[in-house]
Design a binder for this molecule. Structure first.
Ligand SMILES: [Zn+2]
Ligand SMILES: [Zn+2]
Length: 127
């Protein structure tokens, strides 16, 4: 049995990590498409048919894998929110502090003085 249905919608990993690691839950999926401009490929589980967006490995960027509905959804997929979510998880979630950015009143990422969006886009905190 495959593990797709029990896995989170967003996982860490890129094509290199996955192919070098037989223990990775997405190891051995069929590659059905790739999109060089997005540095991504589309893989499908041969057992349950689930599609997975998988980042192509590149320097200085954390690779992610995201569940997608179908090819159409994949073409439109914006992984920015997935990346922000992972960055927040990496920091242990949100704190009760309020973002220092002018007129922003969102909660901060734990250990940071900014909310997820301001940390990610303005402070360039990507991991
Ligand atoms: Zn599956
Ligand atoms: Zn903010």
């Amino acid at each position: 049995m495959c593990q797709c249905s029990t896995l989170a919608d967003i996982l860490l990993g890129d094509d290199e990590i996955i192919s070098n690691n037989p223990q990775h839950p997405l190891h051995g999926l069929d590659e059905v498409d790739w999109n060089p401009s997005q540095w991504a490929c589309l893989n499908q589980c041969s057992m349950c048919g689930q599609y997975w967006h998988i980042d192509i490995a590149r320097a200085n960027q954390i690779g992610i894998c995201v569940k997608v509905q179908d090819r159409d959804a994949w073409q439109k997929l914006d992984t920015t929110h997935a990346r922000i979510d992972l960055m927040v998880q990496n920091h242990g979630g949100l704190s009760f502090e309020i973002c220092k950015w002018k007129q922003c009143n969102k909660n901060c990422v734990k250990g940071l003085a900014f909310c997820p969006e301001h940390a990610y886009f303005e402070m360039d905190i990507k991991a």
